[in-house]
Design a protein around this ligand. Structure first.
Ligand SMILES: Cc1cc2nc3c(=O)[nH]c(=O)nc-3n(C[C@H](O)[C@H](O)[C@H](O)COP(=O)(O)O)c2cc1C
Length: 344
């Protein structure tokens, strides 16, 4: 891994400061937290360490006002970060207590997590820890090999119940219906100039040294294509060709999943994100790759269509699933950078 903006992925558990002060330990845990996935890799978080507490805050300068005025995926992404943080805490045998939205749901602080030594708390399977550095979004074509029924059951169990649910469609008809919804969402959203401008802020050429955003290689673009793609994306409507390509990939994949909730508000989005990351780490352990789509969920009539197909209340994220060789990681700000920008 030569690129500087990928160094966050090189975290080594052997470097944990086991005889250090609590705040040093917590700063180390943040190295795992910041590897979480987020909408267009906008990493909409600010973090602070204060004694035995980690403060997790939303960074409103990194949200997508035109793509998603409700900040749904922003809160889900913060939930993903919380799961990484807690999985890492359990690995290093730190106990924790999470207080969500201590200043109310409209405040910047999403959660304050208080840590203590050795409580033996185990809410996550221990084998998820090693998957934090392996997990990645994979937008390539998947093998046509089906996903085994036991693996699908394990993924559903990772999401759990109590208002949350994972549906997995493996029949060609079901997959085709979701592909159609995805195609429609692309046509509507990418045909909208304000939306494209909002998203273009996070599109990068392959050789850019940015610490966030989506490099062209994540979509399979060559260096040359990625350089021009960055400008073309903001300026021109390329929705039809993009929609066709993504629909074909979805129809050809062995499974399509949808994570849904039975209610929604900011708390539910954070919790949905926490469970989604638990699901993503579980899938990584099982060798199952994910490609993610929030577009159809962001357009109300399409979201309702998805809800009707699945007989659920609130679809939160659409997932293409299957087997493929690993893809390259995308840039991530290091814990030290996030701390310097956002807190102590
Ligand atoms: C809540 C959420 C929504 C996402 N929505 C999309 C999406 O609509 N389209 C897409 O291409 N990727 C989507 N992603 C994937 C992110 O772009 C990806 O996680 C990010 O670029 C970081 O890459 P990584 O997952 O390989 O670490 C989403 C991720 C999350 C957590």
């Amino acid at each position: 891994m030569a690129e500087k903006n990928l160094i966050a992925w090189n975290v080594d558990a052997g470097d944990y400061p086991s005889s250090g002060e609590m705040d040093e330990k917590l700063k180390f845990l943040l190295r795992y937290a910041v590897l979480a996935p987020s909408g267009p890799n906008n990493q909409p978080w600010k973090l602070a360490v204060d004694g035995n507490e980690v403060v997790v805050m939303v960074d409103f300068d990194r949200t997508l006002p035109d793509v998603e005025p409700t900040n749904r995926t922003t809160y889900m992404s913060l939930g993903c970060l919380l799961t990484n943080l807690l999985v890492a805490a359990e690995h290093f045998d730190l106990g924790y207590d999470v207080e969500k939205f201590p200043d109310g749901v409209d405040a910047e602080t999403i959660a304050i997590v208080k840590f203590g030594e050795g409580s033996g708390k185990k809410e996550f399977p221990p084998d998820l820890f090693d998957e934090i550095t392996q997990r990645h979004t994979n937008r390539g074509a998947y093998d046509d090999r089906p996903i085994e029924a036991e693996k699908i059951e394990e993924m559903k169990a990772a999401v759990g119940d109590g208002g949350f649910r994972l549906d997995v469609l493996t029949d060609p008809k079901g997959r085709a219906k979701m592909a159609e919804v995805l195609g429609e969402s692309h046509k509507i959203q990418l045909g909208n100039k304000a939306f494209r401008k909002d998203l273009a802020r996070w599109i990068r050429a392959n050789d850019e040294d940015a610490w966030d955003g989506l490099p062209g290689y994540a979509f399979g673009y060559s260096d040359f294509e990625s350089y021009f793609g960055k400008f073309i994306f903001g300026a021109f409507d390329t929705s039809a060709s993009r929609a066709r390509k993504e629909m074909a990939l979805m129809e050809a994949s062995p499974a399509v999943g949808v994570l849904s909730t039975d209610a929604e508000d900011k708390r539910m989005w954070v919790e949905a994100g926490m469970r989604f990351e638990r699901l993503f780490l579980t899938a990584t352990k099982l060798g199952v790759r994910f490609d993610l789509f929030s577009q159809p969920v962001a357009i109300d009539p399409l979201r309702q269509k998805m809800a009707k197909i699945l007989d659920v209340d609130y679809p939160q994220i659409l997932i293409r699933m299957g087997y493929a060789p690993p893809a390259k990681h995308t840039p991530r700000r290091t814990a030290e950078m996030v701390l310097a920008e956002g807190g102590s």
